[in-house]
Each structure stands twice: as structure tokens, then as C-alpha cells.
Ligand binder design. Structure first.
Ligand code: COS
Length: 384
């Protein structure tokens, strides 16, 4: 499906594009080198309304549609993928989950602050022994009077250290399988919650990824998100939206890699002419641009389906699968086109190549996306 963008969507896209390229991009390499969290960028993005993009104005959000959101996210990713991943988890996973499943009191207390960027959000589902199979998680939440007491360790949590609010899933019933998992809203600094090992990553180095350790972490029962036993569904619904966000990040980074490679090809001369004159290279560029456009259209059509309120789960997985694999091909070719210069840090394609690598892994590996897609096709819910 090709999609016609409205004037408003185009206006949002162009506004973020200018901001991202002027303000965010120039310091991205420095942040990558120093693992410096993009706090200032996120503050500016919040001021412009991009940290509560799909939250309705009554909860301090911008009330934008998903199509505008993915266009904005792709522009931020073009400039700095590490900033984009924080924006993506915050908007697509955390704000959306509270908006959809939160009580009115939770929206007043938490969503309003998230939507203006006063708090950053993290979502803690993955554990050391439960990644693709979140049903295997072992974090437990036990009801004790008017509280729940949580124990367990979460791993690879984006923004774990810098988030002000964490949505965490935990087992509230050992035998009820999917329906035995619940979700809780935990403020950073809660007694019994500690930030553990901070990962030293190949890419997205400016975004923090860490363990979260819960040791007798006691929260009031009103911090339960949705009903008891609804946590798996909350996580799956959140991931549907999140996966369109990863497609957007992929499209943004791929476009940045293509633009950098084209620019380099125009300037670089070998055998007495610009290398952009060689047909071998021009055909590679044509393929890169075509694949990026295919990824962009899958991203837009999944977002448009979400906006129409129809089930978009399969399309979100298709967009994520295709776009994340596409950006790995595109960034690898961009490095190749740069020759030796593609292998050194002075040129941004080296960072794009590293940043893209995780896109086929987080928020569901390519293999998980293929399971989701084929389950929809066969309609028989088969796991690995
Ligand atoms: N939206 C809403 N509900 C969903 C859903 C979705 N997209 N997908 C599944 N569910 C519900 C099902 O309806 C079912 O509920 P009922 O028992 O009430 O009918 C329940 O969840 C279990 O569904 P299913 O049997 O399909 O679950 P599986 O355990 O087979 O797992 C996969 C399905 C593998 C797709 C899932 O575990 C998954 O997405 N894994 C990857 C997790 C991931 O992305 N990890 C990275 C985390 S980064 S935060």
C-alpha cells in the first residue's frame, strides 16, 4: 500500500528533519565515542512535543497519529540512532501502554509527566534466561496486603539507568502461563530496585542498557498496570507498536547511510573519474534506495493500519523484519562504497553499521518476527 501523506504529516516531518540535522546530528559521533546519554536532545525533543507524540492533549501530549510519529522517529534516527531508541521505547512502548491500559489516576500521575519528558520511560520484560520466550521469566510479584513485593532480575533494559519510570512484568501466578504475568509501574529510586551491570555495546552506545534488580521491591497495588494477569498481553500489544518504531529507526539509519555513501561517491575519484560514474556502484545505489523505499512503505502502511484501529500485528512484524534486515544490507554496502575510509571512525558509516546491528535483534529477533508472521498466515499460533 502506498500512502499519501497529509500536509500536517509533511510539516511535522520537515520540522523534525531540520531540528535533528541541525541540533542532534553534529554531536552524535562524540556521544557514541563517550557513551554520553543524549539528555539534552531528549529535553529539546520534549519541548517540541516529541516525547508524548501520540498521547492526547488532555494528558499533555501532542495527539499526533502514528504515521507522523514514525516519520519523526526516522528523522531522529537519521541524525542519532541512540537518541531515537530512547524516544522509541518512551513513546511506543511506555506512554502507549499507560494510555491503553492505565487507570485514570495512573494517567494523571504518570502519563502527564512522561508526555512532557519530565520522566523518561523504560520497559522491563527481558531477563537473563527469558528473551525471545518471555513466558519463561522468573521475576515474581507477590501480593502482600495492599502492596506487591517484587523479586527478580531484568536484563538488556533500554534507558534502565536514566528512566524515571519503569514498567516491569512479573509472575503473579506460577501456573496460569500467559495469564499469570502482570505489569507494574515502578518509579526509579523505589526501595528494593537497583540498577545493575551497564552493558558496553557495539552500537547505540549513547543509550544506556542495563540490568534492573528487584530485591523485595514493594509497590502499592495501585501501581499494577491493567488487571492482574494482563502483563503478557500488555507487553505483546506494546511490542506491536514498538516494532513499527524499530522499522522507523531502520529506515532513518539506512537513509543516512545512503546519503553519506552518495556524497562520498560524488567526491571520491579513482581511475581518473568520480567513482559515482561507475555503473557497478550506481546499480548498488539504485538497489539501496529501492530497498529503503520498500522499508519506508511497510513502516507507513503498518502505522496507517494502527491509526485506523485495525489489527496491525502482522504488518508491524513485516515492517520490522524487512526494514531491520534491509538497514544491515544498506549500511554494509555504504561501508563498502567508502573503501578503507568506511572502516575508520572519522566517517559516519562506521557508526551506522554498528548501530544497525541490533535492529534485527531487539524488540523481537528476525526469527520471532517470522514466527509471528507465519502464525498469522496459518492462523494456528505455533511457537518455535
Ligand atoms: N497482541 C495482544 N495479545 C497477544 C499478542 C498481540 N500481538 N500476541 C499474543 N497475544 C496473546 C494471545 O492472544 C494469547 O492470549 P490468550 O491466552 O488470552 O488467548 C497469549 O498472548 C499467548 O499468545 P501466544 O500463544 O501466541 O504466545 P507464545 O508464548 O506462543 O509467544 C511469541 C508468542 C513468540 C510471538 C512471543 O513470545 C514474542 O513476541 N516473543 C518475543 C518477545 C520479544 O520481542 N522480546 C524482546 C523484548 S524487547 S522489550
Amino acid at each position: 500500500m502506498s500512502i499519501q501523506l497529509t500536509d500536517e504529516q509533511l510539516m511535522i516531518q520537515s520540522m523534525v528533519r531540520d531540528f535533528a540535522r541541525e541540533v542532534i546530528a553534529p554531536t552524535a559521533a562524540e556521544r557514541d565515542k563517550n557513551k554520553a546519554f543524549p539528555a539534552e536532545n531528549l529535553k529539546r525533543l520534549a519541548e517540541l512535543g516529541f516525547m508524548g507524540m501520540m498521547v492526547p492533549p488532555e494528558y499533555n501530549g501532542s495527539g499526533a497519529d502514528t504515521v507522523s510519529y514514525v516519520l519523526a522517529l526516522a528523522e531522529v534516527a537519521y541524525a542519532c540512532a541512540a537518541t531515537a531508541v530512547v524516544m522509541s521505547v518512551h513513546n511506543s512502548i511506555v506512554c502507549e501502554s499507560i494510555l491503553r491500559y492505565g487507570s485514570e489516576a495512573q494517567k494523571q500521575q504518570w502519563l502527564k509527566r512522561l508526555a512532557v519528558g519530565e520522566l523518561l520511560g523504560a520497559f522491563a520484560l527481558t531477563e537473563p534466561h527469558a528473551g525471545s520466550d518471555p513466558l519463561r521469566q522468573s521475576t515474581k510479584a507477590v501480593r502482600d496486603g495492599n502492596d506487591y513485593v517484587l523479586n527478580g532480575t531484568k536484563r538488556f533494559i533500554t534507558t534502565a539507568k536514566n528512566a524515571g519510570l519503569i514498567i516491569v512484568t512479573a509472575k503473579t501466578d506460577e501456573v496460569a502461563r500467559h495469564r499469570g504475568i502482570s505489569a507494574f509501574i515502578i518509579p526509579q529510586g523505589a526501595a528494593g530496585l537497583a540498577v545493575g551491570h551497564l552493558e558496553d555495546k557495539m552500537g547505540l552506545r549513547a543509550s544506556d542498557t542495563a540490568d534492573l534488580i528487584f530485591e523485595d521491591c514493594r509497590v502499592p497495588a495501585e501501581n499494577l498496570l491493567g488487571s492482574e494477569g494482563e502483563g503478557f498481553k500488555i507487553a505483546m500489544t506494546a511490542l506491536d507498536g514498538g516494532r513499527i518504531g524499530i522499522a522507523a529507526q531502520s529506515v532513518g539509519v539506512a537513509q543516512a547511510a545512503l546519503d553519506a555513501a552518495v556524497q562520498y561517491a560524488k567526491e571520491r575519484e579513482q581511475f581518473g573519474q568520480s567513482i559515482s560514474k561507475f555503473q557497478g556502484l550506481r546499480w548498488i545505489v539504485a538497489d539501496m534506495a529501492t530497498e529503503i523505499e520498500a522499508g519506508r512503505q511497510l513502516m507507513l502502511s503498518a502505522a496507517a493500519m494502527k491509526d485506523r484501529g485495525v489489527n496491525f500485528s502482522m504488518q508491524a512484524s513485516m515492517a520490522k523484519l524487512y526494514a531491520s534486515e534491509m538497514v544491515n544490507r544498506v549500511t554494509a554496502r555504504a561501508v563498502q562504497m567508502h573503501g578503507g575510509y568506511g572502516f575508520i571512525r572519522e566517517y559516519p558509516v562506521e557508526r551506522f553499521y554498528r548501530d544497525a546491528r541490533v535492529f534485527t535483534i531487539y524488540e523481537g529477533t528476525s526469527e520471532i518476527q517470522r514466527i509471528v508472521i507465519s502464525n498469522h498466515i496459518f492462523q494456528d499460533k505455533r511457537t518455535p
